[in-house]
Design a protein around this ligand. Sequence first.
Ligand code: GTP
Ligand code: MG
Length: 852
Amino acid sequence: MDGTTHTEAGVPGTTTAATTMTTTTETPALPKVPYQAQDVQEVAEVLRVLDEAVKQKKRSAFTIKKTRFAVANSEAGYYVDSWKMNDWDYKRRDLPTYARGLFTTRNEHGHPSIAVRGYDKFFNINETHETRWENIEARTQGPYEITLKENGCIIFVSGLADDTLLVCSKHSTGDRGDVELSHSSAGEARLGQQLQRLGKTKQDLARDLYTRNITAVAELCDDSFEEHILAYGPDKAGLYLHGINLNLPTFRTYPSVLVQDYAEQWGFIKTELMVLNDIGEVRKFLESVAETGAHDGRDVEGFVIRCRMSPKPESMPYQDWFFKYKFEEPYLMYRQWRECTKALIQGRTPNFKRHQAITQEYLNYARKRIAANPKLGRDYNKNHGIIQLRDEFLAFKHLNGADAANFEQMYGGTSKTEVTKDVILLPIATIGCGKTTLAIALGHLFGYGHVQNDNITGTKRPPRFTRMVLDELQTHPAVIADRNNAQRHERKQILTDVKNMQLNATMVALNFVHDDIDAIRAVTHERVFARGDNHQTIHAITDAGKVVGIMEGFIQRFEPLDLSRAPDEAFDAVIDLSPTAGSRKNLETVVRQLHQLFPNLIKEVPSAEAMDAAVDAAIGEYAPALRHEIIDRGKNKGPSHTPKQNQSVKKAVNKKPLEYMGVHVAAKDVNAELERIFKGQPPATARFYKQLQQTRRVQPAFHVTLIHRASAKERPELWERYTKLHADAEAAAEAATGSVGATPPEVGKVDVQLERLVFDDRLMAIVVRLVSKDGHAGAAEAEAGQAKDWTCVNKVSHITVGTRDDKVKPKESNDLLARWLDEGSTETNGITDVVFEGKPLLQGAVRGVLSR
Ligand code: GTP
Ligand code: MG
């Protein structure tokens, strides 16, 4: 039984439940109608406590507001008092009643009585201790009546002793005297219509309600009166009866089947009902509906679950108890997506106000998917595949539902959470802005790939550069396409090439904003001259004059980023940097903005210390690979402060073994002689040289190899001599400067005399003679073109000018020259040789070159 102490008697003076309920088709056997008369003493006590609370201003007390209303049309001149409490006060444990919506009056005997009684205030799942699932599971008892939470305004209906029908909204009744129709009056008008249809009067209903000592609780849903979120057109508008409460301080309510039966008797619309006996099933059902936000093809806001609960089932009786299951985020967002998707499919404009950014992205995604597969759209309209499409979108974005619902707050609404790889960082810069430094620092922090345009020689550089960038993406999540891209046509080249080769790469401009040109000029000049020759092409020591001109050329040709048109409009994102700010600051800007833009690419911003170290390492340890000098990337042994620019070349590096000993000659001198020698030649002779030039296959730096490591075994005493010379020079330099330089020290000087240019269609070399400073080569050594102190192990001392492509190695010069010595130059062997007029003498510096 229900465990309460009231008497179970039939309702006096009314048709008995049994006869009335037979009209219901669904439930043949209806439960007994609950009835209990009001206890004057009990009601008086409740009112006393409530009145006290009205008067009391103590902070610890609950606050309650009492408002008196005259009852319209009451012949006896009844009034009612409405008692209104704050929502949160219902969570207290000391209330005389928990009725939400309570109107009291005095009955025909002048006794205090309850005129209208709402439900006990009930809470959403997890909103209170009692509504946590584990408590619900442990303390409640079925059957569980699940009713749809209708979406309108609540209306209470009851009768007074003089047969006046009392219609109230949550806290008031009657008209407020203003022009607008009040909720209770709108409810009463509706009620009048429904009774009229049945040929019944308001008095009939009032009398029945009074006799039963009940309040009918209904939801007024009517778009013509007031629009709520869900639509109630004329066919659906009306009063949805969802509960019948006994007018008692303690909550007692009719089982839902009786409520439905009553609705039928008095012309209310029935509230949908579902009864489950097992709480596990209840939970499963609710959560499954939450997934779609729809039930039986209808939108739902949530459900109210009616059952019985005991705070302590072993010792306390069960009582009528409700909780609600309201759909919240992410379900409300899912519902919005579903509606918008349907609008999309039906060619309407999706209308949405909440979750703007993520919903827009969802719709872009959905649009593409549906366009690619129309069946998806047709099925969707029939409510198939709704969850799947949504889940696929979330997977694509690397988000879960909760994060998606918080997308705006979490990511500012601008993030591309789906980007986890294939990001190309494309600088827009001029020389010395710090592109390479930034790239190396990013490599240290995140292992990003780095492709330097300066490392590419030969023909068709731009597409090869792009290809290399894309290749790096195979093994790195992001890559820095290290090139100035100062002009629009360069940006256009890589943006379109990438698009053509790999559609889904994300292009990010590292935009070195060129506003204060004078300041930029000053900073970059200072840096580049401090860098000295430590660069593939910009050799500030060797070619000081030219370098200024090259730098200025870039600045003059610079075309600022313009996102409003092609090609720059193709960038997916832009990060503004300052060429004068310093690489540490720029690094932080890049890292933070990448994290913001692509939270799944950079999940966490590294510590300040880590960024310090990365920049220190980049500035301190870098030397370009192309000149075969020391590289010590990947390790950071630098001091934690940022080193001064001119320390960058001197910083300590690991000592590497000698690769070869060579005589180095200035590139500009060799190039000048090559220009001179070809000037008077017929085009056919100059063709291969032109080819090498146009394909950038002329070496950027020239040397005569004296001995290579590979020959150390053949000529151990010579290898030892050179190794020792190198080591001694290094020790001397270290003693003088306190550190080992990135460029090995010079061990001596020797002039290089250019004798003949020898080439076929594969490579080109200059036959040289090394001339000691005293102007003479030793007699025997002179034969092989060698100076006394600077023995060369090669049969013919030479400078390799260039090879046709990477497949032809410079050391093949030895083979060419051996053939040339044997055969000379003939039509059949394809070898050409040209004499250097006047045998020009170039200055040479003997220096070791270390292994990489
Ligand atoms: P190019 O390849 O010549 O176009 O230059 P880049 O844009 O790659 O510049 P790079 O990173 O080589 O920087 C130029 C020089 O300035 C290098 O020697 C860097 O070590 C140095 N440098 C870079 N950033 C800073 C910085 O923040 N402060 C100082 N003092 N030097 C820096
Ligand atoms: Mg660079």
